[in-house]
Write a new protein. Sequence first.
Length: 187
Amino acid sequence: MSLNIATISSEAPASRVNELREFFESLRLPAGRLDTVTLEKVTNALAARPDLFEDLLVDDEVNHWWHRLFATESYEVRLLTWESEQSSDWHDHGGSSGAWTVTAGALYETYRGDDYVSVGDRHYAAGDSGSFGPGHVHDVIYESGQPAVSIHAYSPSLCGLTVYDHTRFGFVAREFKAEEQRAEQRS
């Protein structure tokens, strides 16, 4: 399936966008919303191609860095780097499903349990991947690496996320951050 160039967006250089378009076309992804199994296949496949992203990474010791690598009408893929003590804070993904693969270092995820009050956790080292559905709330925290690096895929593309406080009564929504607002805050 050929991707419609008019619907592709990326923060990568134009020459890389063409390479990425060819890469994603080779995956033969279905149209519409992608399921978590497919999203995890996307992050694992891209992790196996460091030539498409490693030179774009930024190691920022102060700010948690992310880069919109490739996005279409159905999905988007981001690169993230993590340094000492950086975390994502408790958040959801605005109704999007997602997956990630760690390519360097290690990350620690805490996530809201099925009862909406308890917390579970998982550790992810380089080569590990995970996925989640649209109701997932979690906090991802740097564990090791200089920097830790992860590739994330979301479907549909992120429109924003809700940030939560974890209280003894469960998770309480603090604020919704639209993607435009998040993009402005990081520039």
